[in-house]
Design a protein around this ligand. Structure first.
Ligand code: KG4
Ligand code: ZN
Length: 340
């Protein structure tokens, strides 16, 4: 089953051709980072406009890379999948309208996909061996969720963030430090050259709850910077390393507490923050120690991409079939995770 997938929920225009949920025949991601960097965050109106400009070239390149011409699209593609939410309203509309048009022209079923489910199953693309139940930790610019996947499409949400998402905390910390947007990768790179024990930022474990709250670490950083402005490159790297350490330990602590409490032997990470090198190594080491299998997507599948949407769509249609009404498909910026 070949699925052509589109993802435009935030600031990446992406398309992909995915075979049987795991074989990525092509994936193209056009990032808008340069457009939004000077505003230190995604500007919704600019994102919509950039998606409109990018979507056609991205679709054409994706099909070309997969060796599919417009004349054999119908023969080679079985279904079209698209992110319908959550995300930015205008950005989502661009992807859904394009997907609807293609589904109508090529007379293909259209599978609506929740963006969170894309992140949730992104580790599956390279690891067919993941079998529910498992614990999923989604850490991105917009979300921090800890969810038990009881079965494909059966979710038990344990907790989420009470304030900033993990990626948002990294991005805001970078702004405080005078670094560029997005802050996550920059803090990560600088942290590699810094001392993680230089400053002991708070670890908000919120014991007794599965929720996260990163505003405390952010405030601790702000207070520290007021008293100790970063003077040298090394000092800046030490702050980055200490901040990253506090973030990673908090995420890791809660994930493993969750896995142990619910006797889950597998943890899958997803979302842009799972590209963080310390988070990747900390989860891997803790996994070995606790005999819990850790699944972390390759970097390309951590941040927003359409391959994860194709993967989630494949799993969804396998269980539920493809009885969707293409014309009634609607995007929903505040879509929540629903069971199927
Ligand atoms: O999943 P994603 O591409 O978009 C959302 O769905 O939000 O995640 C983007 C977020 C940004 O906040 C970015 O700073 C963060 O992922 N990020 C990282 C790293 N790479 C990206 N955070 C920490 N370390 C990284 N290496
Ligand atoms: Zn995302």
């Amino acid at each position: 089953m070949n699925i052509f997938a589109l993802e435009t929920s935030c600031d990446e225009t992406s398309a992909s051709v995915v075979s049987n949920g795991t074989k990525v025949k092509s994936v193209v991601i056009s990032s808008q980072i340069k457009i939004h960097a000077k505003y230190f965050g995604v500007v919704p109106e600019l994102a919509s406009r950039a998606h409109i400009e990018n979507i056609n070239p991205v679709i054409v390149e994706t099909l070309k890379k997969a060796g599919i011409s417009s004349s054999d699209f119908s023969k080679k593609i079985d279904a079209i999948a698209v992110t319908v939410g959550p995300g930015l309203a205008g950005a989502l509309l661009v992807g859904t309208i394009a997907a609807k048009a293609m589904a109508s022209i090529y007379k293909k079923p259209l599978i609506p996909v929740n963006h969170l489910e894309g992140h949730l199953y992104s580790a599956f693309i390279e690891n067919k061996s993941i079998k529910p139940p498992f614990l999923s930790v989604i850490i991105s610019g917009g979300h921090t969720e800890i969810i038990i996947i009881e079965d494909f499409g059966r979710y038990k949400i344990l907790g989420g963030t009470r304030d900033d998402a993990a990626g948002e905390a990294f991005d805001k910390a970078a702004k405080m430090l005078g670094l560029e947007y997005p802050g996550g990768p920059i803090i990560d790179t600088r942290a590699e050259k810094g001392n993680p024990t230089a400053i002991n930022f708070t670890r908000p474990y919120l014991k007794g709850s599965w929720d996260f709250s990163f505003s405390g670490i952010k405030t601790a950083l702000l207070n520290y910077l007021k008293a100790n402005p970063a003077k040298t490159e090394q000092h800046l790297n030490d702050i980055c390393a200490s901040f990253r350490q506090a973030m990673a330990e908090t995420l890791c602590f809660k994930a493993f507490e969750g896995a142990k409490k619910f006797d889950l032997k597998q943890i899958a990470l997803g979302g842009g923050v799972s590209a963080n090198s310390l988070i990747r190594s900390m989860f891997t080491q803790e996994g070995k120690k606790n005999k819990i299998k850790i699944f972390i997507p390759s970097l390309i599948y951590c941040t927003d991409n359409a391959a994860m949407i194709g993967c989630a769509a494949y799993l969804k249609q396998k269980k539920c079939g493809m009885n969707y009404n293409n014309l009634q498909l609607k995007s929903n910026p505040s879509l929540s995770l629903e069971n199927w």
